[in-house]
Ligand binder design. Structure first.
Ligand code: PEP
Ligand code: MN
Length: 374
């Protein structure tokens, strides 16, 4: 059960303490107050955990400081969109807002290779006004003989260059909890010139200890990528580990499913799940067209498959696009064949913005004329 407090009631306030005391009078019930950043306001929610199914709602609804009481399903307690929860979760990080209403493109290197390539990439982003990027330092590779990323050695120059070129948030995968410490220390040593969003890769989608580790810290938001070979429900449950460990600044990422049925693409593109995740959860939804398609084939209309599937995700309401670019893909140490060229950056962004506008127009049309589901 979730007790939503009225605006301006803080977790430490006497009103919240009163609700917690009342809840904990019931046997086997533990209550926790959390500050929730909604898409339009900050609010306090009190989570009742344990044997809550027989607790009546009315005594809580009678408190003047309580806005409403929501009886939640067992599933996706923290990330789920429960009946009565119209407001999506959202948050601001390093000056960038993330929610189901916002839209950002994280274009950049799959893996950091040289300082020069990082600088060239960031400079290209600055030229087109993009402040969000990706840069892998810790790479989970199928073969132990493949390039594993430069690890913490590259962090000082990646962060320094990010500051120099106005990058506000870098999506960076972590494969071990020690990487969170390394990133925290390197950011502090550099004087916090930028921010980092910790990425959980598809291979670690059910690494529950890692999920708890990124969930137990509050400093960095988390991009959770769905598992490539498990159901959406299993991935959502895994993502729940992050939020229920204490960090609800989470984005859910779709990146394709591993099956030969998606051939000739690298993975079966799963962006039809964008509206599903937006409905089942309150999280912003990211799409990764690069790891879904995995190659630079061009359709007869001259448009790359990567750009086509990006459009398919955005037209369905995606809030973030994670996409691989590289100044010299032939020299990339990881995923060169799917990297777009810097010459394609402006086109990619303009195309994505055009589709985002079309999505917003679709929403406006739906509000104006109604339609199925009204
Ligand atoms: C990546 O984004 O670099 C990556 C390895 O993605 P995924 O975990 O989706 O394969
Ligand atoms: Mn990659």
């Amino acid at each position: 059960m979730i007790i939503v407090m009225k605006d301006d009631i803080l977790p430490e306030s006497p009103e919240v303490q009163q609700v917690i005391r009342m809840a904990e009078r019931y046997p086997d019930v533990h209550a926790e107050a959390r500050k929730i950043q909604g898409a339009t306001r900050v609010l306090t929610e009190v989570y009742l955990l344990g044997s809550t199914s027989t607790i009546p709602q009315e005594p809580f609804e009678e408190f003047p400081a309580v806005e409403k009481v929501i009886r939640i399903r067992e599933r996706y307690r923290s990330i789920g969109r429960h009946a009565g929860q119209a407001e999506a979760l959202g948050f601001e990080y390093n000056g960038v807002r993330f929610s189901q209403e916002d839209f950002h493109i994280f274009a950049g290197l799959c893996a950091v290779d040289t300082r020069e390539n990082v600088a060239t990439m960031f400079q290209a982003l600055q030229r087109v006004g993009i402040t969000t990027t990706r840069a892998g330092a810790y790479k989970p590779r199928t073969s132990p003989y493949d390039f594993q990323g430069h690890g913490k050695a590259c962090l000082p120059y990646v962060f320094e260059l990010a500051g120099q070129y106005g990058i506000k948030v870098i999506a960076m995968e972590v494969t071990h909890e020690s990487h969170i410490v390394e990133i925290r220390e390197a950011l502090a040593a550099a004087g916090h010139p930028t921010g980092v969003m910790l990425q959980i890769g598809t291979r670690n989608a059910q690494n529950f200890e890692l999920l708890k580790a990124v969930g137990q810290q509050q400093e960095f938001p988390v991009l959770f990528k769905r598992g490539m070979g498990i159901t959406l429900d299993e991935s959502l449950n895994a993502c729940e580990y992050v939020a229920t460990s204490g960090n609800n600044r989470v984005i859910f990422g779709l990146r394709g499913m591993k099956t030969n049925l998606g051939d000739p693409h690298r993975n079966l593109v799963d962006f039809g799940h964008v509206p599903v995740v937006r409905r089942l959860t309150r999280l912003p939804v990211c799409i990764d067209p690069s790891h879904s398609v995995g190659k630079k084939d061009v359709a007869p209309d001259g448009i790359l498959d990567i750009a086509h599937v990006t459009a398919q995700g955005i037209i369905a309401g995606a809030n973030m696009v994670l996409v691989d670019f590289h100044p010299r893909p032939e020299q990339a140490l990881c995923d060169g064949p799917q990297a777009l060229l810097l010459e394609e950056l402006e086109y990619f962004i303009r195309d994505a913005e055009l589709v985002r506008k079309a999505y917003l127009d679709r929403c406006a049309l739906r509000r104006e004329l109604g339609g199925a589901g009204t």
